[in-house]
Design a protein around this ligand. Sequence first.
Ligand code: XMP
Length: 305
Amino acid sequence: MVDADRFIQEAIEEIHEEVGGANAVIALSGGVDSSVAAALAYEALGDRLTPVYVDTGLMRKGETDQIRETFDYMHSLRVVEAKDRFLDALDGITDPEAKRHAIGEQFIREFEREAKETDADYLVQGTIYPDRIESEGNIKSHHNVGGLPDVVDFEGIVEPVRDLYKDEVRDVARELGLDELVAERMPFPGPGLAVRIVGEVTEEKLEVAREATYVVEEELEEYDPWQAFAAVLGKATGVKGDNRVHGHVVAIRSVESRDGMTARAQELDWSTLQRIQSRITGELPNVARVLYDVTHKPPATIEYE
Ligand code: XMP
């Protein structure tokens, strides 16, 4: 386990050394990794750091408001409304790796523009150790690692938590005095809901994934999962009222894990599962079925794409 206090001192020094007297932008996602990277970079650079949150349209319900609240203390926070550009970039793409690359590329383009506007030469990212391992091992390219385009218009990319596991990042978050809600927050992947939609990403499927995930997070809070969410798999026939419908199939995933490298599907009560099913099919008219995913990692991954 990392010595959080020492880690913080060393990370701040390292950011100083790497960035020198230049300006930097930090990519915020609201998750614990980027929040810790941001707090460290803010300590090191102060006003020379501009925090940027890109609203990709692939985020969870209420995420943008939460980010504004959490990072209110950094006065220069910039919120970029980029939903239409991300949906355009994803238009017609069905291959999971192509999706990740399209998202990674769009992210970088957004940050390059923000960096130009704020005169920043460096990009700070909250990449952690498992992100790098899985990208290097080609299990999948995490959007903020293997998904980077070949040409990136930055002097350097700074990744202060690149050698930490998630539980170590949480320790550092507490040592930094970040809100416990941020320190304990469920991991959420950089490419967002796009990796919880099998096949093409559309606004309709995003809405289903977002609303159903909200129900799942709410209903499973007492189980304290490492991650719990809903994914949109495809379509199937159902019957609602007097009508047959061809609606979305939603899978519920709830897993226990230490670091995300391996995971176990959680054992949930039947009554809990039924309550989730009834809320999702009741609240979302275009959902025909709800399934529970009982697969561990391996052989499955946590996310769907
Ligand atoms: P998988 O699906 O690979 O997920 O079993 C392991 C952990 O990593 C998160 N994840 C990502 N995080 N960019 C991220 O920042 C990504 O592209 C990405 N893909 C997966 C996932 O949510 C889980 O916690």
